[in-house]
Design a protein around this ligand. Structure first.
Ligand code: SAH
Ligand code: SF4
Length: 341
């Protein structure tokens, strides 16, 4: 984390400008090395030694460090990254049954939304991550993956739509550097209408997941203090615009909290919210986080019958439902379990 321009922050054009008067193919070579996961300038073996040495004195490749690495038995790897000023964020590599890899990225150190069920929310908010700090998470995870990472989910720490410009740049860098399509990227938001409209207008046109949690508005306001202040009608209108612009199916995520949002009224309200939208509902049984309470009572996992009953209510109403797998629990890298101070 020494001085000097951080190269992971730059696209090919910006690198070219920085390196001028060097010929542009040098910028292309360096950009391509970064996205082939070079860990240092020394690995850039098709650059002359004198140039590598000069680069070392003038620039830094990465701005952040991997502070900790945790590998789970289910193929999950969680990296704790540290960035300037001691800001920490976690990135998780997920592997599915077909050995395909997904990177789960963070956009903020902590989160200002403060959802009562989420570990990240419980630690408060430190700062937004910069574009290169998001890009670097992907690059370090790539090094962990035995095969190219095929998907990105922006579902780590923080609220993506409260840090949209850096996220936009990071996704542009990663998708161009790795030749990955934005269709392979899912951004999950607690529902910031202005941010959704901004994405609809200016991109990135990724898949979009909305963390509804419950469509009972009063309850939602209590569970998600920083997000519940936006009326659901306004969020729905923004989602409809996004859907119209992208033509893509939306995901409604609902984390099931035992005894709190698993009842028939929650299912009915959710069905009503989904009316007129093209959606799949992703039901996520709450992953335990020690010490989290709602109205003085510790949160608990939903029982199997609560989960099944809820899903049945949704399906009977004609909704498509998927159930989130629980990968990552062993390394506390599952949804809502991220949050090392
Ligand atoms: N801040 C964004 C993205 C990160 S959270 C958002 O809230 O959408 C990703 C998903 O994990 C959200 O749908 C959130 O509701 C869910 N989640 C949070 N804490 C959880 C927990 N302890 N168990 C299961 N899911 C959780
Ligand atoms: Fe922030 Fe998402 Fe956690 Fe809510 S669920 S506190 S929005 S990271």
């Amino acid at each position: 984390m020494s001085g000097g321009t951080i190269l992971t922050a730059l696209d090919e054009g910006e690198l070219e400008e920085l390196l001028s008067p060097l010929p542009s193919f040098r910028a292309r070579q360096i950009f391509s090395w970064i996205y082939r996961n070079a860990a240092s300038f020394d690995e850039m073996t098709d650059l002359p030694l004198s140039l590598r040495n000069e680069l070392k004195t003038r620039f830094v490749l990465y701005g952040g460090l991997v502070r900790e690495r945790l590998a789970g038995r289910d193929g999950v790897v969680k990296l704790l990254m540290e960035f300037s000023g001691g800001a920490r964020a976690e990135a998780v590599l997920l592997r599915d049954g077909k050995d395909r890899f997904t990177a789960c990225l963070s956009v903020q150190a902590g989160c200002p939304v403060g959802c009562v069920f989420c570990k990240t929310g419980s630690i408060g908010f430190l700062r937004n991550l910069e574009a290169h700090e998001i890009t670097e998470q992907f690059l370090h995870l790539s090094r962990e993956a035995p095969a190219p990472i095929e998907n990105i989910v922006v579902m780590g720490m923080g609220e993506p739509l409260l840090n949209l410009a850096p996220l936009r740049k990071a996704l542009a860098l990663v998708t161009s550097g790795k030749g990955l399509s934005l269709r392979r990227v899912t951004v999950s938001t607690s529902g910031i209408p202005g941010g959704i409209l901004d994405m609809a207008e200016n991109g990135p046109k990724t898949r979009l997941a909305f963390s509804l949690t419950t469509a009972r508005e009063d309850l939602r306001r209590l569970l998600m203090p920083g997000a519940g202040k936006f009326p659901l009608s306004e969020i729905k209108a923004a989602l409809a615009v996004y859907q119209e612009k992208t033509g893509r199916r939306l995901t409604l995520e609902t984390v099931l909290l035992g005894g709190i949002n698993t009842g028939a009224p929650d299912a009915a309200a959710l069905r009503e919210f989904a009316e007129g939208l093209f959606v799949v509902v992703n039901v996520i049984p709450w992953n335990p986080v020690e010490g989290l309470c709602f109205e003085g009572t510790p949160l608990r996992e939903p029982s199997p019958s609560e989960v099944e009953g809820f899903i049945r209510c949704l399906e009977n109403g004609g909704l498509n439902v998927t159930r989130r797998y629980r990968k990552g629990r062993g390394v506390l890298g599952a949804c809502g379990q991220l949050g090392t101070r």
